[in-house]
Write a protein that binds this ligand. Structure first.
Ligand SMILES: [Zn+2]
Length: 220
């Protein structure tokens, strides 16, 4: 018996179980809320107990306030994506301020965004300036499967799963059934590989990054 115990101890010293470092990624959804697709997505995320980040547009918030309330109530993060979804890269500061103020006014009570994602990721010195003024970091992305142009959930899923690394910010849109199906398949596949899904704000926290207003972040 003692010999067995000694052998097991020796083996465990020779082959230490390597502690696997935690890997985190953030799913981010632009352009919503969008009614039934947002609801489908929220149902799937709730089933999987996963939190994501939703970059919302003012003109859609006006149309779907209940979906925005649900996003907030279910513990997801809300960020700003402008009011009109017009390109912010060419807007003057006053127009940018209006885009943000009009969107903030429509957000659920108590919701305080920390990120702005300009439509198309198009920034400018004015965007930086106004983001600073509003206390918002600029959230870009590091994985983009162009889901808005690919009507094939499996293909979108393969692109993301094939390239995802610890700290990635994944760009998707809750605007079509294929995007929602892909998002949930991505959660299932990457969870299986040991990834944990968190909001963008949480991802920054896990990586020890303090969000600086006006600064751009692609990944953490
Ligand atoms: Zn967009």
């Amino acid at each position: 018996m003692r010999r067995w115990i000694v052998s097991i101890l020796c083996l465990s010293l020779l082959c230490p179980v390597k502690a696997r470092a935690e890997r985190y990624v953030a799913l981010t959804f632009d352009d919503g809320p969008s009614g039934r697709f947002t609801r489908e997505l929220l149902d799937g995320l709730r089933q999987r107990q996963v939190q994501a980040t939703f970059l919302l547009c003012g003109y859609r918030l006006k149309e779907y306030p209940q979906e925005a309330d649900r996003i907030c109530r279910e513990g997801h993060e809300i960020g700003l994506h402008g009011y009109s979804h017009a390109c912010m890269g060419t807007m003057c500061e006053d127009a940018l301020r209006r885009e943000l103020e009009d969107t903030l006014a429509l957000l659920p009570a108590g919701c305080r965004p920390v990120f702005l994602r300009p439509p198309g990721g198009k920034s400018s010195p004015c965007v930086t300036e106004v983001a600073q003024e509003f206390g918002l970091g600029i959230l870009r992305w590091s994985v983009d499967p162009k889901d808005w142009a690919v009507d094939d959930a499996q293909k979108i899923c393969r692109t993301v799963v094939g390239s995802a690394r610890d700290g990635d910010v994944i760009l998707l849109h809750d605007m079509s059934h294929s995007s929602v199906e892909a998002a949930l398949a991505i959660v299932d596949a990457l969870s299986e590989q040991g990834f944990t899904f968190v909001t963008a704000k949480e991802l920054a926290r896990h990586k020890g990054v303090t969000i600086v207003p006006g600064r751009e972040y692609e990944r953490f």
